[in-house]
Design a protein around this ligand. Structure first.
Ligand code: NDP
Length: 332
């Protein structure tokens, strides 16, 4: 059984030398175990994240551990009543030829011997990546018919499905990808309404031209400059499904923004303006009640004199006030 074990944490792009290729005999099965011949390994951007010793949604792969990866294999020996020889199994296979799997292990799906879908598709559009796109566009940032959806890394696995789901849902879909060939693929083969090449010098102008009504939904896979450009095109009330930030996965430094934590911790952040609030009367009543009951302390710093307005305004920025800063301009 050949295994690739993480030897050193890569810096930048992953190198072969970051892994030990070890060869080990396939272990004898115990009761309840099956031996799975790994057939396909899913190559995922998150694999690169798992190699990094940073806070994330799963423990990083430890040095010396078989590299974690999703994959698909076929049962070649079974000492389990639940799995039979020939069954297909999908789940974490790791970077190795064979996997010994216990029948009670969590996170594995048994598929019929002939699932009727090409096996690589089960790892992509009909598997985890397709589900990612579907989840993002149905629950995280639903897109409505007629709205403009922008998808980054649009020619990749998640992005290509996200864009096509957007079309199925009746959105106007704009894909962002690197290079003219990928852009043509998006429009000519996948039916996107427009495609924008983020590697082109006039990327921002292209994006602007492709989104004349602004962007209602951004399915974001890239982050960094690409995301910044899309955010600048968002309409009021737009939605962002923050799926991934691949542009930072190889970097050795922590990115200057904190968007990664939004993905890892499934955070939501929603900008708002009080002027949109429709329950102002109710809020003022509640606040006044709490103040009268002594539940809410109201503090003001009162400065004097209309002529002092400019200097007093600056106190907001040097912190030399507490609570609400007001200017008294006349006696009551
Ligand atoms: P892809 O098949 O999309 O491959 C990655 C693509 O990203 C590349 O083909 C490349 O396309 C583009 N890319 C790479 N580096 C950069 C860069 N620096 N700037 C701009 N584009 C870049 O991979 P996946 O579909 O598997 O993953 C896409 C995204 O979805 C990733 O961010 C991944 O982490 C995320 N993801 C999130 C999940 C979740 O549960 N939140 C689940 C699965 C994936 P190009 O040629 O156009 O540059």
């Amino acid at each position: 059984n050949r295994q690739l074990r993480l030897k050193t944490r890569p810096e930048g792009l992953v190198r072969r030398e970051d892994f030990d290729l070890v060869e080990q005999p396939v272990p004898a099965l115990k009761d309840g175990e099956v031996l799975v011949r790994v057939l396909y390994i899913s190559m995922d951007p998150t694999n690169r994240v798992w190699m990094r010793d940073i806070p994330q949604y799963l423990p990083p792969v430890a040095i010396g551990e078989v590299m974690r990866a999703l994959g698909l294999g076929r049962v070649v020996q079974s000492r389990s009543a639940q799995y039979h020889e020939g069954d297909l199994v999908q789940g974490v296979t790791g970077w190795q030829d064979y996997l010994v799997l216990h029948e009670n292990a969590n996170g594995y799906v048994r598929l019929p011997a002939d699932p009727g879908i090409p096996l690589p598709t089960l790892l992509g559009a009909a598997g985890m990546n397709g589900v990612t796109a579907y989840y993002g566009l149905t629950e995280i940032a639903p897109v409505q018919p007629g709205e403009t959806l922008v998808v980054s890394a649009a020619a990749g696995s998640v992005g290509s499905v996200a864009g096509q789901i957007g079309k199925i849902m009746g959105a106007r879909v704009v894909g962002i990808a690197g290079g003219a060939d990928k852009c043509r693929y998006l429009t000519d083969e996948l039916g996107f309404d427009a495609a924008v090449d983020y590697k082109a010098a006039d990327f921002k102008q292209q994006l602007k031209a492709a989104t004349p009504d602004g962007v209602h939904v951004n399915f974001e896979n890239v982050g960094g400059e690409v995301m910044r450009a899309v955010l600048s095109r968002m309409v009021i009330g737009g939605r962002v499904a923050l799926c991934g930030l691949i542009s930072s996965y190889n970097s050795t430094e922590r990115p200057s923004d904190d968007f990664g934590v939004f993905v890892m911790k499934r955070l939501s952040m929603r900008g708002f303006l009080v002027l949109d609030y429709t329950k102002t009367r109710e809020a003022v009543q509640a606040l006044g009640g709490w103040i009268r009951e002594g539940k809410l302390k109201a503090e003001e710093t009162v400065a004097e004199g209309l002529e002092n307005a400019p200097e007093v305004l600056n106190r907001l920025f040097d912190g030399s006030h507490r609570g609400k800063l007001v200017l008294r301009v006349a006696a009551q």
